[in-house]
Design a protein around this ligand. Structure first.
Ligand code: AMP
Ligand code: ZN
Length: 113
């Protein structure tokens, strides 16, 4: 998917501010943060939306990466919010599946992106 912004990040054509990666996922800082910590976690393979996610291992890896990045960013104890936007009514703007990880202040003070 060479036209996909997030695939270009996986390939290294565009270089995001990476905070974590493993064989399955890449996590990087959101360019327009809606909270003091706002990280996007994406699969390294192209999955357009949550509707297309059909791989159990990848699904688990995405959730485990949220856990891992939250620990790394010292969010675990205070807590955080995760958001997945799907398609038009979900407000999805980039059509490569991503989990928003939002933390650093109470969720009520955070715009749900
Ligand atoms: P969504 O509305 O769920 O599709 O969210 C897309 C997110 O991608 C938004 O929060 C954007 O700020 C973020 N975004 C768009 N372009 C970039 C980029 N080049 N680097 C990092 N984050 C980006
Ligand atoms: Zn993609």
């Amino acid at each position: 998917m060479t036209e996909c912004l997030f695939c270009k990040m996986v390939l290294g054509v565009i270089k995001p501010n990476v905070v974590y990666e493993n064989d399955y996922v890449l996590a990087f800082k959101d360019i327009n943060p809606q909270a003091p910590v706002h990280i996007l976690i994406i699969p390294k393979t192209h999955v357009a939306t949550l509707n297309e996610l059909d791989n159990i291992e990848l699904s688990g890896q995405l959730l485990l990466a949220v856990n891992q990045v939250a620990q790394q960013e010292n969010l675990s104890e205070a807590g955080y919010r995760t958001v997945i936007n799907c398609n038009k009514n979900g407000g999805q703007e980039v059509y490569h599946l991503h989990l928003h990880l939002l933390g650093g202040r109470h969720a009520l003070a955070t715009r749900i992106t």
